[in-house]
Design a protein around this ligand. Structure first.
Ligand SMILES: [Zn+2]
Ligand SMILES: [Zn+2]
Length: 334
């Protein structure tokens, strides 16, 4: 099969590789769309310790089942050859304390497609049947591939647990920032602000009903601050603008370490949370919201490209693209 293989920093090429052979508890999915994720850009640059070449990236995908393992068929009779599906790319043990308490994202045995397992930037991808979600008829395959990033946003909103009348600031209007605005909006917040440096992205923020702000000039404060970038400067901004007793949620993973004004956070009783990935409930809520149209990225904010254009797309996203999400389309499915 054709696959986009990451071979060295800034080097990705379409290669002929063996089609994955599935385990008894897995299904094989012919990939329709595979979105490029911000977390993979640092991998492309060689700055992500979890993404070592040679590697097939891609973990935001949709497609059609072409093969079902024997155990998978017995456990999931709802999965058929030809079923339109997406899948949770975080493979977990299902048996540890974290998995049993619905916190699969903390499973010590977790493995992610596009990091320690081959991903979906290929014609076919193998995934555990328990991770597969059948798509409602109403959702298009390209929209369904947004389930994974949307699930991150749903998870963040759940952790923020907004109460009616509160205000929030989202720093970073990339796909996760835009989706977090939508996930927070479900809770009926009074105002959601969003900061970004890119004018095109701030226009997207405005069309979602959020209020674009320039952090250099803004003097407001909020109950909830979400950092969807992960740079030292944006983390510090979140700590600064949250009001006493408020909460900061860290999502972005750009820099490994950042200095923070801890004494100030103590005296103002700021509560800080990490938000990592999602659990199966977040994943289901994300798919349901996308299928109903409650969550969306506008068509003008997305683009479809061939696998052959993959490397150029990674470069484009690294240097600030005018679109929010690029989907690679490895084959003819649509
Ligand atoms: Zn992702
Ligand atoms: Zn586990």
């Amino acid at each position: 099969m054709k696959a986009l293989v990451y071979e060295a920093p800034y080097q990705m090429a379409v290669r002929d590789v063996p089609q994955p052979t599935i385990a008894v508890d897995e299904v094989l999915i012919q990939v329709a769309y595979s979105g490029i994720c911000g977390s993979e850009l640092s991998g492309f640059e060689g700055k992500n310790s979890l993404r070592k070449p040679p590697l097939i990236m891609g973990h935001e995908f949709s497609g059609v089942i072409t093969e079902i393992g024997t155990q998978a068929a017995a456990a999931r009779p709802d999965l058929q050859v030809g079923s339109r599906v997406t899948a949770n790319p975080l493979v977990t043990c299902g048996q540890c304390e974290y998995c049993l308490s619905g916190r699969h994202q903390l499973c010590p045995k977790r493995k992610l497609l596009s990091a320690s397992l081959p991903g979906s930037n290929a014609e076919y991808v193998a995934v555990a049947a328990t991770n597969v979600l059948v798509l409602p008829d109403s959702i298009a395959l390209n929209i369904a591939s947004l389930t994974e990033p949307m699930a991150c946003a749903v998870h963040t909103a759940r952790i923020a647990a907004p109460r009616p009348g509160e205000t929030a600031l989202v720093v970073g209007a990339g796909p996760i920032g835009l989706m977090t605005i939508q996930a927070l909006a479900v809770y009926g917040l009074k105002t959601i602000y969003c900061a970004d440096l890119n004018a095109e992205r701030l226009a997207m923020v405005e069309s979602l009903g959020a209020v674009p702000v320039n952090l250099k000039e803004w003097t407001g404060s909020v109950d909830i601050a979400v950092d969807a970038v992960g740079a030292s400067a944006t983390r510090a901004s979140c700590a600064k603008v949250v009001r006493p007793g408020g909460r900061v949620i860290w999502v972005g993973l750009h820099e490994a370490e950042s200095p923070l004004p801890i004494n100030d956070l103590i005296r103002r009783e700021i509560v800080a949370y990490g938000s990592f990935a999602y659990n199966p409930l977040d994943f289901k809520a994300a798919l349901d919201g996308l299928a109903s149209g409650a969550f969306a990225l506008q068509p003008a904010w997305t683009r479809v490209e061939t696998l052959e254009k993959g490397s150029a797309c990674f470069e484009e996203l690294l240097h600030g693209s005018s679109v929010s999400k690029i989907w690679l389309q490895p084959g003819v499915l649509a």
